[in-house]
Ligand binder design. Structure first.
Ligand SMILES: Nc1nc2c(c(=O)[nH]1)N[C@H]1C(S)=C(S)[C@@H](COP(=O)(O)O)O[C@H]1N2
Ligand SMILES: [Mo]
Length: 427
């Protein structure tokens, strides 16, 4: 296992001098107030604007329309997951989180990204079992009720597909299209360590093989050491039971590792001496290096970040003050620092990190910025608590060659045109 293979990527360390040079972000321009009413539609709506009493204050709200399970405002119906292209079948689809439309760090459950290889199975939790066998003293079969009787744990973690921002992607422009295969939720369940201890792991055991109860029978080998550390058998997501898309009623959640290790609809765990070398760890999810060897295994998700405002497909409405905002994360732990460049990578300024800053979790960053109306390229780079600096695409390609599909964690630059239009500067 060579988890550190790509951590030798050579990136310029930010210098103190560059910080000072870049930190001229005086907040100019002011915030634009309610402007003149330009269109007929706006003029019609003027009746609802101050100082008038808006129409919706003139009668009681319609409580017959009460939703037993609440939905967002109809005015937000554009904020949805998105499937790229026209997938042949939805069962082999991935759908992406609209990163550019979300605030904070938690992904609402209906917007968590999805990736499934054999569709979403409809599982009756009363008939679902988790079987643990192999190198254990007591092979056991657990019902969902059995698992809920164990002491529980809750942790907020991001999860990212190794195919996020894939090296082979073309024609993508928004944050959602480019990097929407990352999401973040509070996961609740039982520590795998607790359940494995109940079964009694034998001394020659090194790996745990997780299998899903979907038509793809997704199967991955996880190092035992990781399983005894922070892996969760999760049954809840942001407080409610895991959604069917996310693995109802049970998934294994492997913090910091590529998303495909977090097997959904978990039905069995086999404790072994060797990995099982499943389809997902031979024909897929390996990374071909220039010398013809493959990186095996490439579990870890590296430090990464993306500016979500302003980002591709958006338009700056005015010159002057804008808050640059985005997300950073690392499979190795906490985000230490995020730096933002508003001059195409010449100089870098330190962004503010919004609390909480949690390990293996999306971290929100912000930087006040005055746009003078000139064309600029903006970008962010994450530095995690190991000191690792998110590389440029060129540095990453130099280190890894051009055969890889997965694990692109390069800096994502956005080009802002003089008219305020924002687009993918790599396109
Ligand atoms: N059983 C099963 N588990 C699975 C998959 C699958 O197809 N079947 N897809 C994997 C992949 S590739 C990823 S990236 C994550 C996606 O999890 P999500 O759909 O909850 O976002 O689940 C992983 N677990
Ligand atoms: Mo994935």
């Amino acid at each position: 296992m060579d988890e550190f293979a790509d951590r030798d990527v050579d990136v310029d360390q930010p210098s103190r001098r560059n910080f000072l040079k870049g930190s001229t972000a005086a907040i100019g321009g002011g915030i634009v107030g309610v402007a003149g009413l330009a269109t007929a539609a706006q003029a019609q709506q003027a009746n609802n604007l101050p100082p008038n009493v808006p129409e919706w204050m003139t009668y009681p709200g319609d409580d017959t329309a009460h939703n037993p399970y609440g939905l967002p405002s109809p005015y937000e119906e554009h904020v949805v997951r998105k499937v790229l292209g026209t997938p042949k079948t939805y069962s082999a689809a991935s759908s992406r989180t609209p990163l550019q439309d979300l605030d904070g760090i938690i992904t609402p459950n209906g917007l968590h990204y999805e990736r499934h290889h054999g569709g979403i199975p409809e599982i009756d939790p009363a008939q679902h079992r988790l079987m643990i066998f192999g190198l254990v003293d007591r092979p056991l079969v657990f019902t969902m009720d059995d698992l809920k009787r164990f002491p529980s744990v809750s942790r907020i973690h991001m999860m990212e597909c190794s195919g996020n921002q894939s090296f082979t992607a073309t024609g993508r422009n928004t944050a959602q299209e480019l990097m929407g295969l990352v999401s973040c939720a509070e996961w609740t369940g039982v520590a795998l360590k607790t359940v494995l201890e109940e079964c009694g792991v034998q001394s020659n055991a090194r790996w745990v093989v997780a299998e899903g109860a979907d038509a793809a029978a997704m199967t991955r080998s996880i190092p035992l050491e990781k399983c005894l550390d922070d892996v969760i058998l999760a049954y809840s997501q942001n407080g409610e039971r895991i959604r069917p898309e996310q693995g109802y009623p049970l998934r294994i959640f492997v913090p910091g590792y590529e998303g495909n290790m977090s097997v959904k609809w978990l039905r069995s765990l086999q404790v072994r001496e060797e990995p099982i070398y499943s389809r997902e760890e031979t024909s897929k999810y390996t990374d071909l290096l220039p010398d013809g060897h493959s990186r095996q295994f490439s579990f870890m998700m590296e430090a990464k970040s993306i500016i979500t405002y302003p980002s591709g497909g958006q338009q700056l409405s005015a010159q002057g003050y804008h808050e640059i905002s985005g997300l950073a994360w690392s499979g190795y732990g906490k985000i230490e620092r995020v730096e933002v460049s508003v001059d195409g990578g010449e100089t870098w300024q330190e962004a503010q990190l919004q609390d909480p800053v949690l390990p293996i979790c999306l971290t929100r960053f912000r930087l006040p910025w005055a746009w003078e109306g000139e064309p600029v390229t903006i970008m962010s780079r994450a530095i995690d608590e190991t000191g690792y600096v998110q590389p440029t695409l060129e540095a990453l390609l130099d280190a890894r060659g051009r055969n890889s599909v997965y694990h692109n964690h390069a800096i994502q630059p956005w080009a802002i045109a003089a008219n305020g239009e924002v687009s993918n500067a790599n396109a």
